[in-house]
Design a protein around this ligand. Structure first.
Ligand code: HAM
Length: 421
């Protein structure tokens, strides 16, 4: 029997790690620049938390959650996203008494049982950022700017910001009613899925990708024509600030997002090439009703999440280089039983001095060890044999020039340290 990584998951092999290390480093740096504090929430939470937050009639809750059973008969879901858990933590730890707003970010895996394809996995990673406790459209601008800076910092080209407002509990239902009424007149023209969606989760008809539904969507009423005064004002203020900053965006009337907690602002960033159908590198928006829905005090919030796999795929597609990870600087080769014994102490000393070092195992010939050293791409190979032990020295081979010299043992570490600097 041969085991394989489960469908929709993959191993991140050492050659891919430089991308992850670089990206995660930049994420921590940017989050700090924007005044966000890190929070880690559990990988699993009560099923009901996600059902309530994301919505019973969404694809995520209906079809995509991984449910794990507890011994006591309780059941949990692997987190499909971070917003629900973060707002749960905000309420649970009484963060409403902290200085507001609270800016929180997380980096970690999330799980959705989706049909895997390029850029879409069952285990994926998100950078998630939330500003909780603030309704000023400036907070919306801040999270959008953070996303913007992230892609700029990484050197992305050809991204587009998609923006819409989905109203609030006052105006959204009026719009939904108008949308449903419009679809009643066009049921014969749309796909089976849309005929179902218009009953259970009407806004989702707007992001149907089927050709037959496109003319119906194009003529559908637009939510921005139904916004109440407060929502219209909020949206206008945000757009004004984006214009003032010279940050271009596309007003996308069809952008509704697949999670029910959104109110007012919703946005996505799309990569124009490389990812194919899964082109959203991040998505987010405002969720002013969520804390209350989860039993907390009424608290506005806004945030976004970026998919790290999609960012890395786009980086690779756009040929964005990342710094290599340091490899061992030194290889310790040894000859004879005494040399081998002495190599253990030398390795320990090198590592204590902060010099990354590896050595050969077993009793390979010196020639075989030298081949190993050159494959390990080290800068120096140190040779410990009978002659070196007798003269209390070490032979140091510079692997770039091929030159060798005998260095007294007591000077070795200091000399290596300064030449490796
Ligand atoms: P989302 O749009 O469901 O939003 O996910 C955000 C991002 O996660 C997507 O744009 C995509 O880059 C990545 N992503 C989602 N599903 C997958 C998948 N199966 N494979 C690979 N990448 C994926 C949320 O999760 C919201 N919680 C965002 C948010 C935070 N809204 C407010 N605050």
């Amino acid at each position: 029997m041969r085991f394989q990584a489960p469908r929709g998951t993959f191993d991140v092999l050492p050659d891919q790690q430089p991308y992850w290390r670089h990206l995660i480093g930049r994420l921590h740096h940017l989050a700090a620049l924007y005044g966000f504090q890190q929070i880690d929430v559990p990988v699993f939470e009560e099923v009901e938390l996600f059902a309530r937050s994301i919505g019973e009639a969404t694809d995520i809750v209906e079809k995509e959650m991984y449910i794990v059973g507890g011994k006591e008969g309780d059941s949990f879901a692997l987190r499909p996203e971070f917003t629900a858990g973060t707002v749960r933590a905000y309420i649970e730890h009484g963060m409403h008494v902290w200085p507001q707003p609270v800016r929180l970010y997380s980096i970690g895996p999330a799980f959705r049982r989706e049909r895997p394809q390029k850029g879409r996995y069952r285990q994926f990673h998100q950078f998630n950022a939330e500003i909780i406790g603030e309704q000023d459209p400036l907070a919306d601008l801040e999270v959008m700017s953070l996303a913007w800076d992230l892609y700029e910092d990484l050197g992305f080209k050809g991204l587009s910001f998609q923006l819409n407002s989905t109203g609030d509990p006052k105006c959204k239902p009026v719009y939904v009613k108008a949308l449903v009424a419009y679809y009643q007149d066009h049921l014969g023209e749309v796909c089976d899925d849309c005929r179902r969606r218009i009953q259970v989760n009407p806004l989702r008809v707007l992001d149907c990708k089927r050709d037959q539904c496109q003319p119906v969507i194009a003529q559908a009423p637009r939510i921005t024509d139904y916004l109440c005064d407060e929502c219209a004002e909020h949206f206008a203020a945000l757009r004004q600030m984006l214009d003032d900053l010279g940050r271009p965006y596309t007003l996308n009337h069809r952008l509704v997002r697949g999670l029910d907690y959104y109110t007012r602002t919703v946005f996505e960033v799309w990569a124009e090439e490389g990812l194919g159908a899964q082109n959203a590198v991040c998505g987010g928006g405002r969720y002013d009703g969520l804390a209350e829905l989860l039993g907390g005090p009424p608290t506005p919030g806004v945030g976004f999440a970026a998919g790290l796999e999609r960012i890395i795929l786009t980086m690779q597609d756009q040929g964005i280089a990342v710094p290599p990870l340091p490899s061992p600087a030194v290889f310790v080769a040894h000859a004879g039983a005494d040399g081998r014994r002495a190599s253990v102490g030398l390795l320990t000393e090198l590592r204590r001095a902060g010099i990354p070092a590896v050595s050969a195992y077993g009793d390979r010939s010196l020639k075989a060890q030298m081949r190993q050293a050159s494959r390990a791409a080290v800068t120096y190979t140190l040779i410990l044999g009978d002659e070196e032990l007798a003269s209390d020295s070490v032979t140091v081979r510079d692997m770039n020039t091929g030159t060798q010299e005998r260095v007294p043992r007591r000077e070795l570490v200091q000399r290596l340290k300064s030449s490796l600097k």
